[in-house]
Design a binder for this molecule. Structure first.
Ligand code: FES
Length: 175
């Protein structure tokens, strides 16, 4: 039923497990069968430095999980976002038609992990104007990210990115 490549990734899955402090986590469930896949990424300089997965599913789901981690390790986030479920299935040399739905988890979980990273990084985002700082402040958990500087971070998000002191020269709260 499965080709040799699929069987290899099923029997010897790559990058199984969890990261100690993942920068992004994506979890998806397959509505067809209820199986679940969790993907964790570590990001450095805009690239996927490391990636791990846990999949509670069939052989095809495990093989596609394993393959997607190999496809995107070391790639930029943009390149990783361009990986589709079909590309993963093709990289495995194809899946039996009845198992194609199993390939839907892999790229979806990866994209969710990247989305999670981007939102945590606060739109690692915004290139720093007062208005643009709000998404980053919100992602950092500031109580009023629309204020400038917001009361939670006193503009430290901007400072961490080399913007200098916040307007008014306030001292950031301890801790
Ligand atoms: S049967 Fe559920 S992912 Fe394959």
């Amino acid at each position: 039923m499965y080709n040799e490549k699929v069987l290899d990734h099923f029997n010897n899955p790559r990058n199984v497990g969890e990261l100690e402090n993942p920068d992004g986590v994506g979890e998806v469930g397959n509505p067809v069968c209820g199986d679940i896949m969790r993907m964790e990424i570590a990001v450095e300089d805009g690239r996927i430095k490391d990636i791990r997965f846990r999949t509670f599913g069939c052989g095809a789901a495990i093989a596609t999980s394993s393959m997607v981690t190999e496809l995107v390790k070391g790639k930029t986030l943009e390149e990783a976002l361009a990986v589709t479920n079909r590309m993963v299935a093709e990289a495995l040399g194809g899946l039996p038609p009845v198992k194609m739905h199993c390939s839907n988890l892999a790229a979806d979980a990866l994209h969710k992990a990247i989305d999670d990273y981007l939102s945590r990084a606060g739109a690692a985002a915004a290139d720093l104007g007062a208005g643009e700082r709000a998404p980053a402040a919100a992602a950092a958990g500031c109580p009023d990210p629309s204020a400038d500087p917001c009361p939670g971070c006193c503009g430290k998000i901007g400072r961490e990115r080399g913007d200098g002191p916040p307007p008014g020269g306030e001292t950031p709260p301890a801790g």
